[in-house]
Design a protein around this ligand. Structure first.
Ligand SMILES: [Zn+2]
Ligand SMILES: [Zn+2]
Length: 165
């Protein structure tokens, strides 16, 4: 019974809110139109300008009442509808975001660190090439300290830290 009364009150609030909203909007529009007309003709003062001052609080109260009246619907909607939608969207977006982040990371790290400079001709080569396609020179060298394979332009051995001459 309480719930029903509550609903009835809310319904009244909604209707009252809508009426206020429409009246307020009408007052404001009338006021603005009158203001605009008197500005253009620049003869007499805007006589209906006060309607804006009446209309704006009416509009504000109307909106508040309507929002209050629909509050339950809005909260249940937000709880039940939009959360799974957001989760689903996030799930679907995850791989896309991941790949974008990966691409950006690679871009930021730059080609420079992934390239091997040929010690003979200076051409840049992607990591993994054994020989320079420009001059045929070797792009690998063997660390004299530990025997690990290193890129030809490395200054230190990545395995044991020995300095290359
Ligand atoms: Zn080369
Ligand atoms: Zn080494």
């Amino acid at each position: 019974m309480d719930e029903r009364q509550h609903k009835a009150t809310k319904k009244k609030l909604k209707i009252f809110g809508f009426i206020l909203l429409i009246l307020g909007a009408a007052c404001m529009v009338t006021g603005f139109v009158d203001f605009g007309l008197s500005m253009n003709s620049d003869s007499d003062m805007p006589s209906l300008f006060f309607l804006i001052f009446i209309g704006s609080p009416m509009l504000f109260i109307g909106i508040s009442l309507v929002v209050f009246g629909y509050k339950k619907e809005i909260t249940t909607y937000v709880k039940n509808e939009s959360v799974p939608v957001i989760n689903e969207a996030a799930e679907e977006l995850k791989p896309a975001v991941k790949s974008v982040v990966g691409a950006v990371k690679e871009e930021l790290q730059g080609g420079e660190t992934h390239m091997v400079t040929c010690p003979r001709c200076g051409a840049k080569n992607p990591v993994g090439h054994k020989f320079c396609p420009e001059c045929g020179g070797s792009l690998e060298k063997i660390c004299p300290e530990c025997g690990a394979k290193q890129e030809a332009d490395d200054k230190f051995c990545g395995n044991c830290g020995a300095k290359f001459e």
